[in-house]
Ligand binder design. Structure first.
Ligand code: GTP
Ligand code: MG
Length: 206
């Protein structure tokens, strides 16, 4: 899919104030600093569309971006940001969970995990939680430019092993680098495919 336009629409703390649920939506989630905002910039070829930082905890709100006038990308705050206060962490957690559970046009969640490190409990717990509440998701391994190919393959294999402990079927995986743009076409083509499904569903329901 070609990205012809990408614009920031609105930031919210409450899912009820997000844009109308009439377009397919894809949210990026993962631990702070994993590269959610960078991936949004890479996919849309906009350097500063989503704000990034080398310090974790940069994104603090639910940020909606309208892509090609047809679908939404959503940048979320990271979970597990240890240096924020407990009250703040709980507030973010509630905001994110309310959004995930209640957003009707959310087609798929992209769960980002760092390709350089072994499966982290917080990530695996979050993935298992999505399964429990039956929200479709895929896993995106970020920052692959920082690894040798073999190291990424090892992380992937560790994840597969870990997830097979609780899943019968593995989710889709994507390997990406916001530095080299690796994985860009694969992710965008997948979204294009899901957008078509969403249109099909809308036609059936109307
Ligand atoms: P929060 O908003 O704090 O939750 O973080 P985030 O997940 O949005 O991460 P962000 O995109 O701000 O990136 C965090 C840091 O990682 C920045 O310094 C980025 O430049 C760097 N980074 C992100 N993606 C990549 C990548 O693919 N390769 C490399 N080498 N660095 C990356
Ligand atoms: Mg961010």
């Amino acid at each position: 899919m070609q990205i012809k336009s990408a614009e920031f629409l609105i930031s919210n703390t409450n899912y009820k104030k997000c844009p109308l649920e009439n377009k397919p939506e894809y949210a990026f989630i993962g631990r702070s600093n994993v590269g959610k905002s960078s991936l949004i910039n890479m996919l849309t070829s906009h350097k500063d569309l989503a704000k990034t930082s080398s310090q974790p905890g940069k994104t603090q709100l639910i940020n909606h971006f309208l892509i090609n006038g047809e679908w939404y990308l959503v940048d979320l705050p990271g979970y597990g940001y240890a240096r924020s206060s407990k009250t703040n962490r709980e507030k973010w957690q509630k905001m994110i969970l309310d959004y995930i559970k209640n957003r009707n046009n959310l087609v798929t969640i992209f769960v980002l995990v760092d390709s350089r490190i072994p499966p982290q409990t917080i990530d695996v717990e979050f993935i298992n939680f999505l399964g429990e509440i039956q929200i479709p998701f895929v896993i995106v391994f970020t920052k692959t430019d920082k690894n040798k190919q073999q190291e990424t393959a090892q992380t992937l294999s560790n994840y597969k092993k870990k997830l097979m402990e609780s899943w019968e079927e593995l989710p889709l995986f994507f390997l990406t680098s916001s530095e080299t743009k690796y994985g860009k076409d694969r992710v965008l083509d997948y979204i294009e495919l899901l957008n078509k499904d969403f249109k099909g569903q809308m036609n059936i329901n109307n």
